[in-house]
Design a protein around this ligand. Structure first.
Ligand SMILES: Cc1cc2nc3c(=O)[nH]c(=O)nc-3n(C[C@H](O)[C@H](O)[C@H](O)COP(=O)(O)OP(=O)(O)OC[C@H]3O[C@@H](n4cnc5c(N)ncnc54)[C@H](O)[C@@H]3O)c2cc1C
Length: 317
């Protein structure tokens, strides 16, 4: 981050305003499921939405770049770290509101830092149908919506009713489902002209259906059990590295057929159990993971003429 009078003043203001909620040169390896990533110049975890908005507006005025992270379960952060400010919202208390309608619809509204597993659990407890597809997907609602996270059972696009993003003047702007284009592991904002940097999701509403508690609970148990059996790896990872190419074999199978399972680079390894997973065997650096990503892309392209596209977000420098 450029060291200017503005950025220095911003740091001082943050220190004063946020105390222990802010840290400087914070290793991002502490905040990613891969346990990899160099320092963020500034790392802040506000404990209220108002504080989060105030910080983001001050950062903008001071010319400090911002990266919103969720739980860091889909990130490869460069060893050199991230310049500017990284914010997470999971320190904001999880207030969740419910509105039940006579036709059986239920609108659940939660802030973006709430963990998806919390929403899944509450839906099961209350007998709301629709969230079970997300059981086992790690991360926050903000990260899950930004990624349109999902499984073969469904994706966030099926349940998101609307979201609230931070607009340029510091107010929250509502975007209905029709204002959002969800794609495979990607969200696009067709009604917004300037999406650099990508909008910060602050809150979301989900449309669920009142259902039978027991049926929903039984289904949840079956999904969790199947997922636990299939869960390929126990070492630190970031889920699937590549998107599955359309109309082709899945990325993991292509990587397997290219003979790359078990391939090691430094402290990183292409999982022996699942070709689309890279694991941190203990002391991986981002450069090890990035090497294996490039290797898989190159080999799969050479052998099968398929361009693999990363699902994980590569961030920083
Ligand atoms: C073991 C394991 C299993 C996984 N299984 C699945 C799976 O089954 N299906 C699946 O889809 N994914 C899976 N993933 C990947 C990951 O969990 C998802 O991509 C998840 O949506 C990431 O959420 P997060 O909160 O960790 O976001 P991060 O990884 O922190 O960020 C992901 C992206 O979201 C953006 N983002 C985060 N918060 C906000 C916000 N408030 N506003 C705007 N943008 C934001 C970030 O800038 C970044 O671009 C798995 C990962 C692991 C480690």
């Amino acid at each position: 981050m450029k060291d200017t009078a503005d950025t220095q003043n911003f740091r001082l203001w943050l220190k004063d305003r946020c105390g222990s909620l802010v840290s400087f040169d914070e290793p991002m390896s502490r905040h990613t499921s891969f346990k990899v990533g160099g320092p963020a110049d500034i790392f802040v975890r506000p404990d209220s939405r108002d504080l989060a908005v105030t910080i983001l507006m001050r950062a903008k005025e001071s010319g400090v770049p911002v990266f919103m992270a969720g739980d860091g379960t889909n990130l490869v952060i460069h060893d050199e770290g991230i310049r500017g400010l990284v914010m997470i919202l999971s320190n904001v208390p999880p207030d969740i509101a419910f509105e039940e309608f006579p036709d059986g619809n239920v609108l659940v509204t939660a802030h973006a830092g709430v963990r998806t597993k919390t929403l899944c659990r509450i839906a099961i407890e209350r007998g709301y149908d629709g969230m079970n597809f997300a059981l086992g997907i790690p991360g926050t609602l903000g990260g899950n919506i930004a990624m349109n996270a999902g499984t073969h059972l469904g994706a966030m696009e099926q349940v998101v009713h609307s979201i609230r993003i931070l607009s340029g003047n510091g107010t929250l702007k509502n975007l209905d489902r029709k204002d959002l284009n969800f794609h495979y592991r990607r969200l696009h904002y067709p009604t917004l002209t300037d999406t650099t940097p990508l909008p910060v999701i602050f809150e979301a509403s989900f449309l669920l259906r009142k259902g039978d508690k027991k049926t929903i609970g039984d289904e949840a148990r079956a999904i969790v059990s199947a997922r636990t059996k299939k869960q390929p790896v126990t070492l630190p990872n970031a889920g699937c590295i590549f998107k599955n190419p359309e109309g082709k074999d899945p990325a993991g199978k292509l990587i397997d057929m290219a003979g790359l399972k078990g391939r090691v680079q430094g402290g990183a390894m292409i999982s022996e159990k699942h070709g689309n997973f890279i694991v941190n065997t203990g002391n991986a650096r981002a450069e090890d993971i990035l090497y294996l990503i490039e290797l898989a892309k190159k080999e799969v392209h050479e052998r099968f003429c398929v361009e693999l596209e990363t699902e994980v977000k590569i961030v920083g420098l």
